[in-house]
Design a protein around this ligand. Structure first.
Ligand code: SF4
Length: 442
């Protein structure tokens, strides 16, 4: 007889009441929706829109050609909004030229101007720059102090209002408003049990963002043109700050771990922090701030941001290649090479495939190293290949839609499998062939 604690009884009861093992992120936090526009291209942020991927150039903006080339590369990699530094008169003068070059190349990605210290002057003195940008990033901690800071902030909001541009009020741990911090530290000292200084700083970030957003609204900026961010460089601080911020306002939030670092350190730290927040429904647009290797590819930060969102099931950008890690059963690097080449091939096709084959971003491909998990994992994929491990017959069965369809062997398995993937994509995602019209003469 089964007892009330019998796992079988419990499991059956759960099945009847609700689906067991619920998986997936929490519902997105409800926010207003902000539109970032350029020439008919509208990127919606928050308010139920998909989480937006952003990136930032590291070229000298005064070098219009180099900047336009990098913006194009970031946009083709999948960045839906690109931020550029606007720090000098020379940079501000070149912004319209960058915009024009991008438009000529058919790259309509919205550009965001990143301003510190002198944004109020540059946006006022170079109205063509103010117009060519689709959004302004304002750091209230870098605008002077006291009345001068308030005036500079008001001037930037005035320009944004006149040009109908949204803003991101981006507060940063490294450039916190020192007046506000001093005031909050004083208030903390009067608490019966004062908080730790780090907690006051986290609170100060949140208060600074919200107070400045309210100030922008009091200066006439509509609330649906304001995005907030509170960037810090430590994962736990980021999680704490955004949890708090998300509960205290309904502006869309831009997520990012600032100064995340290089290589795997930067990728892991960003993924750990943003993954937890995104899973909780927090974050409407993200940027992965990776320090590139010297001469490294800036677009890596776009790919990582996409992979964070795709791994969490929040968006799909490119076909997924499931590959096993390999082990003592693999005696060669063939399957590693095949996994890498298929992944590179699929990603390289995406700029064209995205419009040619709608839905192809949800394709699953498996490349497995031996018979242990190869056939099983390949059957779960749309198309999969199980390569021979050591001691196995030198053949590679291919599974299509869960069925073993054919077997590859010889020296050209990689090329043949790639051709099979290409054929599968065109058959499954291509436009159905229209029946030929035959005219018969009477
Ligand atoms: S599928 Fe085979 S080769 Fe790959 S990790 Fe598993 S046992 Fe090793």
């Amino acid at each position: 007889m089964q007892t009330p604690h019998d796992p079988l009884t419990t499991g059956t009861a759960q099945t009847a009441a609700a689906a067991p093992f619920p998986a997936g992120p929490a519902p997105r936090r409800a926010t207003r929706q902000v539109h970032i526009r350029w020439d008919g291209n509208v990127v919606a942020v928050g308010g139920g829109a998909p989480v937006v991927v952003q990136s930032m150039t590291n070229t000298d903006t005064a070098d219009a050609i180099a900047t336009a080339i990098q913006v194009k590369a970031l946009a083709l990699a999948g960045s839906e909004v690109v931020r550029i530094t606007v720090n000098t008169a020379e940079a501000a003068k070149e912004v319209p030229a960058i915009r024009e070059q991008l438009d000529r190349m058919g790259i309509y990605v919205p550009l965001v101007g990143d301003f510190h210290y002198n944004g109020h002057k540059l946006l006022t003195q170079y109205p063509d720059c103010a117009q060519a940008l689709s959004k302004y990033r304002i750091n209230p901690g870098n605008m002077g102090t006291g009345k001068r800071r308030d005036d500079n902030f008001a001037q930037m909001i005035d320009v944004a209002n006149r040009h109908d541009k949204p803003v991101r009020i981006g507060v940063n741990w490294g450039s916190l408003d020192q007046d506000l911090l001093a005031r909050m530290m004083d208030d903390n000292g009067r608490r019966a049990v004062p908080w730790e200084a780090s907690a006051v700083m986290r609170d100060c970030l949140v208060v600074s963002a919200i107070e400045n957003a309210q100030r922008a609204e009091s200066l006439g900026m509509p609330s649906d043109r304001i995005i907030l961010s509170c960037k810090v460089s430590n994962a736990q601080d980021l999680i704490a700050v955004y949890r708090d911020l998300s509960g205290r306002c309904d502006y869309p939030l831009h997520l990012g771990l600032t100064e995340a670092g290089m290589g795997s350190k930067g990728i892991v730290a960003s993924t750990a922090a943003m993954g937890i927040l995104l899973q909780q429904g927090i974050g409407d647009t993200i940027r992965v701030s990776l320090t590139p290797e010297p001469n490294g590819d800036r677009s890596t930060e776009v790919v990582v941001a996409q992979e964070i969102l795709q791994s969490l099931g929040l968006r799909a950008f490119a076909p997924v290649v499931v590959a096993c890690p390999g082990c003592g059963r693999t005696s060669s690097t063939v399957f590693q090479e095949l996994a890498a080449s298929i992944q590179g091939y699929l990603r390289a096709q995406m700029p064209v495939w995205r419009s040619q084959y709608p839905g192809v971003e949800s394709l699953h491909v498996a490349v497995m190293g031996c018979v242990v998990n190869g056939p099983g994992e390949s059957k779960f994929a749309d198309i999969g290949i199980s390569l021979p491990g050591s001691g196995e017959q030198p053949i590679a069965p291919v599974y299509i839609d869960g069925e073993r369809s054919l077997t590859l062997k010889g020296d050209h398995i990689a090329e043949e499998f790639q051709a099979l993937v290409e054929d599968y994509v065109s058959r499954r995602y291509g436009a159905p062939a229209t029946a030929a019209t035959t005219t018969t003469d009477a």
